[in-house]
Design a protein around this ligand. Structure first.
Ligand SMILES: NC(=O)c1ccc[n+]([C@@H]2O[C@H](COP(=O)([O-])OP(=O)(O)OC[C@H]3O[C@@H](n4cnc5c(N)ncnc54)[C@H](OP(=O)(O)O)[C@@H]3O)[C@@H](O)[C@H]2O)c1
Length: 288
């Protein structure tokens, strides 16, 4: 298949591109580097010329926080919705959208709401669509994974409040494997939460990342939620992940039932083990 892949330069997109190429597909990247900027592509007609000869579309563009001209509404809602409508007009039936866990009826953050609006648009169209909602993704090369690895390596590990926020991280190899399966699955029109099999606390997750780096467990520094929120208002200028809304989303937790994903993949998603922290979706065993 010739697959239009948006966000091909990002963590998820890069890994998907590698797997697609290895499987014999042709990848057509739609990126700012080749003139496709989601800040501008807001009408179906903007996309038509880019869809000639395309068999399937995968959208991996996104930001975790707004800054400068990068805003949630154009990037997460307007451009993807226009792309999906263009697919419907061009007869490109198979369309995959990388959304995010929590972009559902419980969504409250601008991040999740903007993702959900595009998901809803895709689900309203007569297409063979898949809306994939990954949890926190770990593996080599991810921005959030890199940040958390860095926090985990500090002499004392900073956590918010008691650090007991529940998360269900998923390896990038499982995200890639899900995408690959979506391309051929006859069970279309699915919304799937992409989560790992274990629910862990945020504090335990950072301790595991620490152990994976060969360091002994460390004591925690508990940052009161109100102070963490105040710090995040400044932290957003250092790292876009450090946004007040992202702390609120963490407090809400990142978890879901993993069994629908296991059924779809025909196997369990991976349990976090040391080697996976340092491997990506190109690791044959992790992506299989
Ligand atoms: N990583 C996770 O843990 C995780 C978990 C759940 C959901 N997600 C979602 O998955 C999506 C991809 O995540 P990621 O980790 O791969 O992010 P990433 O590494 O930051 O990649 C983001 C991609 O979006 C592209 N992009 C940004 N602004 C753009 C614009 N104005 N026009 C066109 N392309 C633009 C970037 O291209 P440039 O090279 O041009 O910057 C890059 O290819 C995001 O929507 C994210 O919210 C990620």
């Amino acid at each position: 298949m010739n697959i239009l892949l948006t966000g091909a330069s990002g963590f998820i997109g890069r890994n998907i591109a590698t797997a697609l190429t290895a499987a014999g597909h042709r990848v057509t990247p739609a990126a700012r580097a080749n003139g496709i900027d989601f800040r501008r592509m807001h009408s179906a007609s903007d996309w038509q010329a880019h869809l000639a000869g395309i068999d399937a579309v995968i959208n991996c563009v996104g930001i975790i926080g707004e800054n400068g001209g990068q805003r949630f509404a154009p990037l997460h809602t307007l451009a993807p919705s226009a792309l999906f409508q263009a697919c419907a007009q061009a007869g490109i039936r198979r369309v995959l959208q990388i959304s995010a866990l929590g972009a559902d009826e419980t969504a409250f953050s601008a991040y999740h709401l903007s993702k959900r609006a595009a998901d809803d648009c895709l689900r309203s169209l007569d297409l063979d669509w898949f809306v994939l909602r990954p949890s926190l993704i770990y593996g080599r090369g991810g921005k959030s994974a890199r940040l958390f690895m860095g926090l985990a390596a500090l002499p004392r590990i900073p956590v918010i409040g008691d650090g007991q926020q529940a998360i269900q991280p998923v390896h990038i190899g499982d995200v890639v494997a899900t995408v690959m399966r979506c391309l051929t699955s006859p069970q279309v029109r699915q919304t799937l939460d992409i989560v790992g099999p274990e629910t862990v606390t945020f504090a335990d997750w950072l301790q595991r990342m620490r152990e994976a780096q060969g360091r002994p467990r460390a004591r925690l520094v508990r940052i009161p939620a109100s102070l963490a929120m105040a710090l995040a208002r400044v932290g957003r200028y250092i790292n876009p992940i450090l946004q007040p809304d992202n702390l609120r989303m963490l407090e809400t937790g990142y978890k879901a039932d993993f069994r629908p994903l296991a059924r779809f993949l025909g196997r369990m998603p991976h349990t976090a083990e040391t080697r996976l922290f340092f491997s990506d979706g190109t690791d044959a065993r992790s992506a299989s």
